[in-house]
Design a protein around this ligand. Structure first.
Ligand code: G6P
Length: 611
């Protein structure tokens, strides 16, 4: 949801900013812009991808500016136009040559704008960000850091900002509240970005700014303070991943790369966490709260998008393995619903990025109401990770593709481990846990086997790719997988797809089924297999084309399905880890066959940092 990058140092800033923007483009890609201080302030912006901006910047190719800011946008306030693209400037007539980039939303921008209009400011865009740029300009008295602090004291909402000023060519000021921002500390240079992917090429030392704080960066030093100017200490730490992890390598798209990384990411996620000798799962991050969790009356798992689907699987696992009343909820609904949450409730926020605004807010709400607040997050040091009482990292490595894949299997795996962890402390026998852990260990190789069928999945997908309406059906633990399959297809190929419990189809959606409509069933061998066969028959008798995800060795299914994607046999609780893989591949191939931009689907952003 908007990517920001800023640089101050001794090297030409433009190539660094553009390369950073390309790394962050997955966060938003409506338009892009850059501002540098090169004698005076130079701003260039453009609707479209970063490469369009790059073409426009040809004239600045050898620009020696060593300080600059850049932005890639996912529109919130104001349409997708050059004028609304960032950077925004302060007042052109009475201003100080200030340029500002912003990720977030300034909620009280209307009242600030009214005040500034009364003061004689005139605006060139419809954005909340331009209002903030003008406010900084209005409060500027020869000290950019002070002006930013003063402006932010007037602001409500969320922001990660970077600001430069013609009158202070050796100062870059950045600040944050609610939206992510990281400062990379190099040798005589700083690279600031929404996330570490735009930093690792330059330095592996970085710090994250806490909420309501500002960093003033000059070439050789920095100062961090609150917006009330109380100096604070920044904790510089080593970044966890390497450049190679965010390169495409031999793959055509990040999504495909990340689908194929799953055997490895699942292995890494399990490493050191399955202890046969101790007879249980080891989760160091939550050890302090083990007893509270085991005694919890209720577990509520919250997330959005794919993370919510993982929470839905988590509900089945928690109830089945830990025998604790478990619920899942959209974080966005949970936080505004006046939920019943108290000291006996554990709330688990599930999020790949750790920055999703609604999930973060739901967690804060739960904490305020006295719940134990846990996080299952991928990005180390992210807002949700820092806000929780304790948590478990996914350890699946950076996920760049907008459509989430390896994070989903990582989330399901961690929820399975958490369920065993709690279950063992309640009533599960050591033997049962050791058995299921050994089944878990076998999953990565099984996922690998499914990946090897990618060409067959592509061939089958090609038969249906022109169809505009699909259904995805599953039962029990595979119902969330059906939802996830439908979501993947919608997200990247723009095909209308609905997922639902297979039994629910009869209560309305069956009316949609006509000749040749593709209906994908997750029909693996488990406690609900026979029931699913019944639902398949209902679809067939109405002319629907059945595509089944089935268990290896199930030959019968071939007689009732047009196409079958086989997955190896695994215990029912772990099935989502394998059944989702063919559906990820199906969505990927459908999008490629339809000529869509797989890694940058229209209207979407990887990380939604506004409500
Ligand atoms: C966005 C992304 C989804 C993701 C969801 C939650 O909508 O496009 O892929 O599942 O946010 O993101 P999170 O980072 O909290 O898992």
């Amino acid at each position: 949801m908007c990517g920001i990058v800023a640089y101050i140092g001794r090297k030409p800033s433009l190539p660094i900013l553009l390369e950073g923007l390309k790394r962050l483009e997955y966060r938003g890609y409506d338009s892009a812009g850059v501002a540098v201080l090169n004698g005076g302030l130079q701003v260039c912006k453009s609707v479209g991808r970063v490469r369009v901006l790059e073409e426009k910047l040809d004239a600045l190719e050898n620009c020696p500016a060593t300080i600059g800011i850049a932005h890639t946008r996912w529109a919130t306030h104001g349409g997708v136009t050059d004028a609304n693209a960032h950077p925004h400037r302060d007042d052109l007539k009475a201003g100080h040559g200030i340029a500002l980039i912003h990720n977030g939303i300034i909620e009280n921008y209307a009242s600030i704008k009214k005040y500034l209009l009364e003061k004689g400011h005139s605006f060139t865009s419809e954005t909340d960000t331009e209002v903030l740029a003008h406010l900084v300009g209005e409060l500027y008295r020869g000290d950019l850091e002070r002006a930013v602090q003063s402006a932010l004291r007037e602001v409500t909402g969320a922001y990660a900002i970077a600001v430069i000023c013609e009158e202070e060519p050796d100062t870059l000021v950045v600040a944050r509240k609610g939206s992510p921002l990281m400062v990379g500390v190099g040798n005589g240079e700083y690279v600031v970005a929404s996330d570490s992917s735009a930093i690792v090429a330059h330095t592996t030392q970085a710090f994250t700014l806490p909420d309501f704080t500002v960093a003033k960066l000059t070439r050789d030093s920095f100062r961090t303070s609150t917006i009330d100017d109380i100096e604070i200490t920044a904790e510089v730490r080593e970044l966890e991943f390497e450049l190679a992890e965010i390169e495409l390598g031999p793959y055509e798209h990040y999504m495909l790369k990340e689908i194929f990384e799953q055997p490895r990411s699942l292995r890494v996620s399990m490493q050191g966490r399955l202890d046969d000798r101790g007879g249980g799962v080891v989760l160091g991050g939550i050890a302090e709260h083990a007893r509270a969790l085991a005694n919890a009356k209720r577990i509520v798992m919250v997330g959005q998008g794919t993370a919510l689907h993982a929470c839905m699987v988590g509900k089945y696992l928690m109830e089945d393995l830990a025998k604790i009343a478990a619920e899942h909820d959209f974080a966005s609904e949970f936080r505004y619903r006046n939920p019943i949450v108290d000291f006996g409730t554990a709330v688990v926020a599930v999020s790949q990025s750790g920055e999703t605004a609604d999930t973060l807010a739901a967690l804060q709400e739960a904490k305020q109401r006295g719940a134990l607040a846990l996080g299952i997050v991928n990005v180390v040091g992210s807002s949700i990770a820092r806000e929780t009482d304790a948590g478990i990292y996914l350890r699946v490595g950076p996920e760049i593709g907008v459509a989430s894949t390896k994070a989903f299997t990582g989330q399901v795996l961690v929820l399975a481990m958490l369920s065993l962890y709690v279950g063992r402390r309640r009533y599960l026998s050591q033997e049962y846990v050791v058995n299921l852990m050994s089944e878990m260990r076998a999953i990565p190789d099984k996922v690998q086997r499914i990946l090897e069928t990618t060409e067959a999945i592509k061939t089958a997908t090609a038969k249906y790719v022109e169809r505009e309406n699909w259904l995805f059906l599953g039962r029990g633990v595979n119902y969330p997988v059906a939802l996830e399959g439908a979501l993947k297809l919608k997200e990247i190929s723009y095909i209308h797809a609905e997922g639902m419990p297979a039994a629910e189809m009869k209560h309305g959606p069956i009316a949609l089924i006509d000749k040749g409509m593709p209906v994908v069933f997750v029909a693996t061998k488990n406690s609900q297999y026979e029931k699913v066969l019944g639902n398949i028959a209902e679809v067939r008798s109405r002319g629907g084309h059945v595509i089944a995800v089935a268990t290896e060795g199930d030959e019968y299914i071939q007689s009732v399905a047009e196409d079958v994607f086989y997955v190896p046999d695994v215990p029912e609780q772990l099935q989502p880890l394998v059944t989702v893989i063919p559906l990820q591949l199906l969505a990927y191939h459908a999008a490629v066959l339809r000529g869509k931009d797989v890694d940058k689907p229209r209207n979407l952003a990887k990380s939604v940092t506004v409500e």
